[in-house]
Write a protein that binds this ligand. Structure first.
Ligand code: GLN
Length: 584
């Protein structure tokens, strides 16, 4: 896709200048595209910059959407290994997409659809389908113009899809195209030169540095890259991601975009950013630490659990706790490790036992599942707060069956198809033999019938919730009563009442499992209830929270829209005006 990107990018510049009008002749507001591209190295936060730019524009009252363009030929991220690519993010419509879309959703508090992630595979598929239908009228179908046009049409179409709750069409679309390996190794000047070679001039050059950039360095980049020093933005290392939008605003980015894109908004509407400032300050201030053992499989690459970690962070921040994640490779907990790698084995158990809470996230494949079951058994017996997500919930069912119902051979048919006690079984719509696109995916309803369920209370006593799924297997409904007789309750089901969505264990401070992935809809200012429950229980605050009608104490609450409900927020306001001097 890369060789054709120049043409596409140029076309977007042209598009910016084109006015389109509605059928009735009334002039429609023109879509503004902001393209974020990078040329030096990967993993320095291009996605965060794109999200932060969107956030500050949204804080100015604009409706902002975003599109990620990936160069790979895979249709989507569904078949990616978390080892290689990090987590697969799931959207409401079941789209399995790049984890950067998770950042956009979290930062902008929007809901995207699968078409917001474009891949070379999707584009070629659509062009080939059109060709088969004869839509090209016998012409030779070529990369230029057919592929390039298809990308462009896709973006223009998708940018108009509302992503906010109010259903309003976006005015700004932030596009992030990821680049291929060779380009990433080239230094800034080279990448800008290359961009110019494609007929494009950068409007802003965002530089990542460890400390604030010296004036002379800024001038040097400005000279090399033929831009004004104001167009060189420095994003230095900050203690939390929450500071990035604030940093960009302090660098004058809002004013720049307002002028460059001729955007209509009041420059002073910063209520949303005020909250970001508050969050960032709170993050810096929190002293109390709460540790969660994350018992998973892909613990070498923390990106594999990106949304899980974010959800824990959101919950921790909401209750003024500093999150410490203890990554545990579940295979290290298994008895065979005791002989092979005793140090690893003991370290893993030491980590697990010293954590305030235990989380077993989603996953696929047999490796490490026995270790996860051991961790769950430990949390259940020791009454340690526990949250099992998807596979984590399924294994909690297996653990209970084996150790409390004494069905020693119990398992999920994913790991032992011949088990005598298949407590977790294949989904009926599971399509054997085909990878990708055969799972129960996306937003589904869960009915919360049980009034005395902790999770129902955490979900503010809702009768039903809608959360995102990604699984093939499910709890075997035939064995439900055996579990419930022993206090292992299924407190949430799908609309038909057949699929077990939530488990809770009686007489335990917090032992919860969810078949869905609540982490995908957690937001910095709206922590996900199951995660909040875990953090509250792990920090000894859950009972009080439930007794108080699920309201956080004033100390724990973010100030209201006016930004001045607590004494703290006055300090926040003062600091805010200090940090925003440049723009005002
Ligand atoms: N492997 C399990 C299933 O397919 C769990 C999937 C998951 O945790 N996302 O049902």
């Amino acid at each position: 896709m890369l060789p054709v990107s120049g043409r596409i990018l140029r076309n977007f510049q042209r598009l910016r200048l084109t006015r389109c009008s509605r059928a009735q002749g009334e002039t429609k507001r023109q879509m503004k595209y902001i393209l974020v591209t990078g040329g030096v190295i990967s993993g320095i936060g291009k996605g965060i910059i794109a999200s932060s730019i969107g956030t500050i524009l949204k804080s100015c009252g604009l409706h902002v959407t975003s599109i990620k363009i990936d160069p790979y030929i895979n249709i989507d991220a569904g078949t990616f290994s978390p080892y290689e690519h990090g987590e697969v993010f799931v959207l409401d419509d079941g789209g399995e997409v790049d984890l950067d879309l998770g950042n956009y959703e979290r930062f902008l508090d929007i809901r995207l659809t699968r078409d917001n992630n474009i891949t070379t595979g999707k584009i070629y598929q659509s062009v080939i389908n059109k060709e088969r239908k004869g839509d090209y009228l016998g012409k030779t179908v070529q990369v230029v113009p057919h592929i390039t046009d298809a990308i462009q049409e896709w973006v223009v179409r998708q940018a108009l899809i509302p992503v906010d709750n109010d259903g309003v069409e976006p005015e700004v679309c932030v596009i992030e195209p990821s680049t291929t390996g060779e380009q990433k190794t080239k230094p800034t000047q080279n990448s800008v030169r290359e961009l110019r070679g494609l007929g494009l001039s950068p409007d802003l050059i965002v530089c990542r540095c460890t400390t604030p950039m010296e004036k002379s360095v800024k001038e040097k980049i400005s000279m090399f890259c033929h831009v004004e020093p104001e167009q060189v933005i420095c994003v230095y290392d900050v203690c939390s991601l929450y500071r990035v939008p604030l940093l960009l605003e302090a660098e004058g980015v809002v004013g720049y975009f307002k002028e460059r894109l001729n955007l209509q908004f009041e420059a002073n509407s910063r209520r949303l950013l005020n909250k970001w400032k508050e969050m960032a300050d709170r993050y810096d201030r929190t002293l109390e630490t709460c540790s969660i053992a994350l018992v998973g499989k892909y613990t070498k690459l923390s990106d594999s659990y990106a949304s899980v970690i974010k959800a824990l962070e959101h919950a921790a921040l909401a209750i003024n706790q500093k999150l410490e994640v203890k990554y545990i490779d579940s295979a290290d907990l298994e008895p065979c490790r005791q002989l092979d790698e005793p140090v690893k084995y003991h370290e893993a158990w030491q980590n697990l036992c010293s954590a305030n809470g235990v989380l077993v996230p989603g996953g696929f494949g047999f490796r490490g599942t026995e270790g996860k079951i051991l961790a769950i058994a430990w949390a259940r017996r020791q009454k340690k707060p526990f949250l099992g997500v998807c596979l984590g919930m399924q294994l909690a069912v297996v653990e209970f069956a084996r150790n409390a119902l004494n069905w020693s051979d119990a398992n999920s048919t994913e790991f032992n198809p011949n088990t005598k006690y298949p407590v977790v079984i294949d989904m009926p719509e599971h399509n054997p033999g085909e990878m990708g696109g055969t799972m129960r995916l996306g937003k589904r309803k869960t009915i919360l019938k049980e009034k005395n369920s902790v999770l129902r209370r955490l979900y503010k006593d809702c009768d039903y919730i809608e959360e995102r799924h990604r699984h093939r297997y499910e709890v075997n409904p035939e064995m439900r009563s055996n579990f419930e007789e022993k206090g292992f309750r299924f407190v949430g089901q799908d609309v038909e009442g057949e699929r077990m969505e939530i488990i809770e264990l009686d007489e335990h401070p917090y032992f919860v499992g969810v078949q869905y992935h609540p982490e995908f809809t957690s937001r910095p200012m709206k922590p996900s209830p199951p995660y909040l429950g875990l953090m509250l229980a792990a920090s000894g605050k859950l009972q009080r929270y439930l007794e108080k009608g699920c309201r956080l104490s004033p100390r724990d609450t973010y100030s209201d829209q006016s930004g001045s409900s607590s004494p703290d927020s006055e300090i926040v306001d003062l600091k805010l005006s200090a940090i925003l001097t440049q723009e005002s």
